[in-house]
Design a protein around this ligand. Structure first.
Ligand SMILES: N[C@@H](CCC(=O)N[C@@H](CS)C(=O)NCC(=O)O)C(=O)O
Length: 363
């Protein structure tokens, strides 16, 4: 077993993580004053200065905690990670900390529902509005998570790595025995729910990451990550015109390709749901409510794509998808926590969520 000090490994990318490998898909960010002197991007306008390159492009920070819960962990129940950073699978031990606003967290919430893991992995929901200390458990009695006993997610991050100075992010899988963060590596985390927690899946749980399809699924999910899931952020957080337009063009080019792909198939991989659908849905469901105007992704609304809109409604009306969407949390989070982008803090009233329940005529 590794010592606790080993657990806080260098920020990095997990090997099996198709999404994280594409995280570094723009010029490395500049820092502070040197970036401010470069043409192209306005550092003073950046929502996240440390993650903004000299040309104004948004470059997401790497995931800090990349341990995993795996079936092959050599640690016994109750122990910490083995020498590979693998913690033992144990029902009731880990707590998934999420914001209902966050698309990266939303993946794991949907997977947990679809796979029937609600009893095995408990859920902690943070307030959609962060204060200067970050994500808070103010929705819980006394302002503390009842299981972890903390008021801020940052407490778990700092308990795991006292020197952590990046953004404290959700989702985070936290060990309830030690209070340490096991992972904030959202792509690996959601894949592991499918592949490592099989012994705890509910009856009839779908295989969202079938081995036979991975050769096609992995590149598809990488494209969805680069151009859509992270693409909306690259458009929204850009502080340079060219960086914004590059993200915008790639985003709508990818939506056009997927619109075509969904013309003759119910789901991205045909007639079966996969992790790719989960990942696409979390961006689509936020598109008209947030990304279209807040992030300036306004060539088209989702509702103006025939196939994508019907596909998104089909998923929304499937258990695990629409019942995990909270438009109130989504809108208040984005419009109230990005003061550089929405300085008035006014939250838009629309669009009407009831249109998600209209017939989709698919499947
Ligand atoms: N873990 C990833 C992505 C997860 C992520 O960005 N989550 C957002 C919410 S959607 C978050 O927690 N943000 C906290 C912040 O910006 O301070 C990262 O480090 O970039």
């Amino acid at each position: 077993m590794r010592s606790p000090a080993d657990c806080g490994r260098l920020a990095g990318m997990s090997t099996a993580d198709v999404s994280s490998t594409t995280q570094q898909d723009a010029t490395a960010p500049g820092t502070g004053s040197s970036a401010a002197t470069q043409p192209g991007g306005r550092q003073d306008a950046a929502q996240f200065g440390r993650e903004t390159a000299s040309d104004g492009a948004f470059v997401r920070q790497p995931n800090r905690f990349t341990d995993r819960v795996t079936r092959d962990s050599r640690s016994a129940p109750g122990e910490g990670p083995d020498e590979h950073g693998h913690w033992p699978v144990e029902a009731g031990r880990y707590r998934l900390v999420v914001s209902l606003a966050c698309p990266w967290a939303h993946r794991s919430i949907i997977d947990r529902e679809l796979l029937g893991l609600q009893e095995a992995i408990s859920l902690a929901v943070v307030d959609p509005i962060r204060d200067e200390k970050g994500w808070r458990f103010t929705l819980d009695e006394g302002g503390k998570d009842p299981v972890l006993g903390i008021g801020f997610l940052s407490e778990a991050y700092l308990a795991t790595d006292p020197g952590f100075a990046g953004r404290v992010t959700v989702p985070a899988l936290v060990d309830t025995i030690t209070g340490r963060v096991v992972s904030n590596d959202y792509p690996q985390l959601s894949l592991d729910l499918s592949t490592e927690w099989v012994d705890h899946h509910g009856p009839g749980a779908p295989d969202l990451y079938p081995e036979a399809l991975r050769a096609e699924l992995d590149p598809l999910m990488a494209e969805i990550f680069t151009d859509l899931n992270n693409g909306v952020y690259k458009a929204g957080f850009a502080t340079g015109q060219a960086a914004y337009e590059a993200a915008y063009d790639a985003l709508f080019a990818r939506l056009d390709v997927l619109e075509e792909r969904l013309a003759d198939r119910r789901y991205l991989m045909g007639d079966r749901l996969t992790e790719a659908d989960v990942r696409l849905f979390t961006t689509l469901v936020r598109f008209d409510a947030v990304y279209h105007n807040h992030f300036k992704c306004n060539r088209q609304k989702l509702t103006e794509f025939i196939n994508l809109w019907a596909y998104a409604r089909d998923l929304y009306q499937t258990h695990g998808f629409g019942d995990t969407v909270d438009f109130d949390h989504i809108k208040r989070h984005y419009y109230l926590t990005h003061p550089k982008i929405n300085p008035t803090g006014v939250v838009p009233k629309g669009p009407d969520p009831l249109r998600w329940l209209t017939p989709h005529a698919r499947g």
